[in-house]
Design a protein around this ligand. Structure first.
Ligand code: 7RM
Length: 703
């Protein structure tokens, strides 16, 4: 075992350019075909929940420093009862600091004030790279599972540090400074991960925009964040199809005056047009120094922002900071999935979502893990892709989305059984409620009933997993399709409509969290009041998640879904207001109302009610097609409603509010009880919409 790395030896190591020379440049391996099969030493698997000799000290070495905690329950108690001690000890032990912190926390929910590890300084890229390069430079950090099966590329920690430093130096050379915002419009790839870490190294703030978003969405985010630079690829490759990433960026930056440079990396060999703003990333990296002194960042400096949808207004830039976020991502990664040194961790998420940030990049890398970057789709080239990948890469923890599981179970068990899945130990699910059928199939067929399956509940705003079956006391049961237990330091609460805390079991209410934890969001970029209003105003003194939940008699939590106008399409959050705004742009559409509608695979889809003008410029059918394309260009393809129904008017209250609740009941055929409709301005609208819906169902059979 190498000597424990302290901040000062680490800094010395970096400052003295005592660096490992790069043999090959990983970003040059675009055309790589096959690589040697990935072999790693494995530690004997032992699920902490399944062994009889469960020992709290080996489970969490810091337990001794935590008032000599002896059991799992004591650990949980101290995390909630004495968060200062719990998080203080863990932050000191698990993170590498340049300067130790003086104060564990300074928080006040009523003000929306959340600050952790004050006075401390560190660098996130040092914690994710240098720390490991110092001890085991040749350990594989990333396995890039490229779109074409069998063409994976392994990137060691040494190579990733080298690549990161070169990008960091390139950004610096072109004027990107500490505090500047940088947009990353790239699919999952080593270059994207290195770009994130390069920003972290120099103290720039990255904002990743999912590469499926349209030019207009991208521009909106770049402008809101006033990004100085954009990093992208010439093209993307997914499911055998090429996407024109650079063209989308060109389109977007036309209306983004803050952007000074667009750095373009090559994912394919195809040439794209290079304009005034454009710089070839690889050419600059070849010239750049492979050593870059990390910036000493304050714990509460911004690390990244990520746009997410709320029930009103434009998507908001959720801000995460350095130390607290990293610690929480790393700790949840280790304990929720029972990740052990040497394991291959496979989170299928895209880096454009928070799951990719926390469980593809920051959590695993901080823990020195080998993390899989999955570039493809669950069905390319066939529905066996996930399990073929599991076998080939020997994945130990597989973290995916219910929507993909629902899709795959339709293709039958053979696609799964064809491949050896004995490497799997833990399965995870995230993004939306997982239904029983999908849970059972995932557990029984994929996991052969021997893997622990964890349904993990959390949000962009929570930074990491908050409720999941693991960790838990040894031998504790896992109930199907339930997130169940709070993570260390998390104190869930249910509140009633009138703001009272609901006690006891077999009760439902608004899911809140009573006290701060290090991974939670700090603000909404440029609009702290919106942060306070969205999360701390409904139930003063508590963080309100926007979700409803049920608590069982055993005290377990079951998430029941959003309580606001946010819908969840294939695990992707979207405000119904965003879709309405897009549809309203059409000159022939005076009014719309969008609601969530159940979908077999996607979980939910958008159902739009549109009012059309009297004299249309085109036939109705053509207008409906135009509406779909407006949503695709203004937001993204996945946001396009599966249902668009024309109505004469919308159900409104006397004060003019659209009663979406009534629309929801009508489309889900719950017309017996429409609830309180006494506030409707004109109740004859109900009959009108019911008739229109009958006709809609006849015209669109099977829906
Ligand atoms: C990680 C992520 C957050 C929203 C959240 C919920 C829903 C997420 C679960 C879930 C039921 C789950 N971040 N959600 N996980 N609902 N069970 N295990 O998805 O910001 O994009 O979405 O997603 O409604 O509020 S997110």
């Amino acid at each position: 075992m190498a000597a424990k790395l302290t901040s000062s030896t680490l800094l010395h190591h970096i400052l003295n350019k005592h660096h490992f020379p790069a043999r090959t440049f990983p970003w040059r391996r675009v055309g790589a075909r096959h690589c040697a099969s990935f072999q790693q030493q494995k530690t004997q698997y032992s699920n902490h929940g399944a062994t009889s000799s469960w020992d709290v000290q080996s489970y969490m070495p810091e337990a001794a420093a935590l008032s000599n905690v002896q059991s799992y329950q004591e650990l949980l108690d101290i995390s909630v009862g004495d968060p200062e001690t719990f998080w203080g000890v863990l932050a000191r032990e698990r993170l590498t600091w340049v300067k130790p912190f003086q104060m564990v926390k300074d928080c006040d929910f009523t003000q929306g004030r959340v600050r952790w590890f004050l006075g401390g300084q560190l660098n996130v890229s040092v914690n994710c790279l240098d720390k490991h390069v110092h001890q085991c430079p040749e350990r594989v950090a990333l396995i890039w599972e490229r779109d074409e099966p069998g063409t994976q590329v392994n990137i060691t920690y040494r190579e990733l540090l080298d690549t990161t430093c070169r990008i960091a130096n390139t950004l610096k050379k072109h004027g990107v400074q500490k505090g500047d915002r940088v947009a990353i419009y790239m699919p999952v790839s080593p270059m994207a991960v290195a770009a994130m870490l390069a920003c972290a190294r120099i103290g720039a703030v990255h904002t990743i925009v999912f590469a499926g978003f349209s030019a207009e969405s991208l521009a909106g985010r770049i402008n809101d964040a006033s990004c100085k630079a954009v990093i992208t690829f010439n093209q993307g490759v997914r499911g055998g199809r090429v996407t024109e990433l650079k063209k989308t960026v060109d389109e977007a930056v036309k209306s983004c005056p803050s952007v000074k440079h667009v750095f373009v990396a090559q994912r394919t060999d195809n040439k794209v047009h290079m304009g005034n703003l454009d710089i070839s990333l690889e050419e600059e990296m070849d010239k750049a120094d492979s050593v870059c002194t990390p910036e000493a960042m304050n714990s509460e400096d911004m690390l990244f922002m990520l746009y997410t949808s709320g029930s009103t207004g434009k998507p908001k830039g959720v801000v995460h900071t350095q130390a607290g976020y990293l610690l929480y991502a790393a700790l949840t990664h280790k304990y929720v999935f029972d990740y052990k040194q040497g394991d291959v961790f496979g989170c299928m998420a895209d880096i454009g979502w928070i799951t990719g940030h926390s469980y593809v990049v920051y959590g695993p890398l901080c823990n020195g893990a080998t993390t899989v970057l999955f570039e493809s789709t669950p069905t390319y080239p066939d529905p066996g892709r996930y399990w073929e990948t599991v076998e080939r890469l020997q994945i130990n923890q597989f973290y995916g989305a219910p929507t993909a599981i629902r899709l795959l179970l339709k293709y039958g068990d053979d696609w799964v059984k064809k491949y050896n899945r004995s490497s799997l130990k833990t399965l995870g699910s995230v993004g939306e409620p997982i239904n029983h059928e999908a849970w059972e199939w995932f557990h029984n067929v994929v996991g052969e009933k021997r893997c622990t399956l964890v349904d993990t509940w959390w949000q962009t705003e929570t930074g990491g997993i908050c409720i999941s079956p693991r960790p838990s006391e040894p031998e504790a049961e896992v109930i199907p399709a339930m997130a169940m237990r709070p993570f260390f330091g998390i104190q869930p609460l249910l509140l009633s409509e009138n703001g009272k805390v609901i006690e006891g079991g077999d009760v439902s209410g608004a899911l809140c969290i009573a006290q701060p934890w290090p991974g939670m969001a700090r603000t909404i970029y440029g609009d702290h009041q919106r942060f306070v209003d969205a999360y701390f105003k409904t139930y003063p003194g508590y963080y309100f998640t926007g979700d409803g939940a049920h608590r069982t008699n055993e005290g377990y939590y079951q998430i029941t879904g959003r309580m606001d106008d946010v819908i969840n399409i294939s695990g992707h959050r979207l405000g119904t207001a965003e879709i309405e705004d897009a549809l309203d742009e059409h000159p022939d559409v005076p009014e719309t109302a969008v609601i969530g509608f159940p979908h077999e695979i996607k979980g939910e889809t958008a159902f739009a009610f549109v009012v059309l003008k009297e004299n249309l410029s085109l036939p109705e059918k053509a207008i409906l097609e135009e509406l779909k394309s407006i949503v695709a260009t203004k937001i993204a393809k996945y946001a396009v409603p599966d249902h668009i129904m024309v109505v004469k008017r919308l159900p409104k209250t006397r004060s003019g509010k659209i009663m979406r609740r009534v629309l929801r009941k009508i489309v889900t055929n719950q017309t017996e009880d429409l609830g309180d409709i006494t506030t409707l301005e004109d109740s004859s609208v109900i009959t009108e919409i019911l008739e229109a819906h009958q006709k809609y169902k006849m015209d669109k059979p099977g829906k």
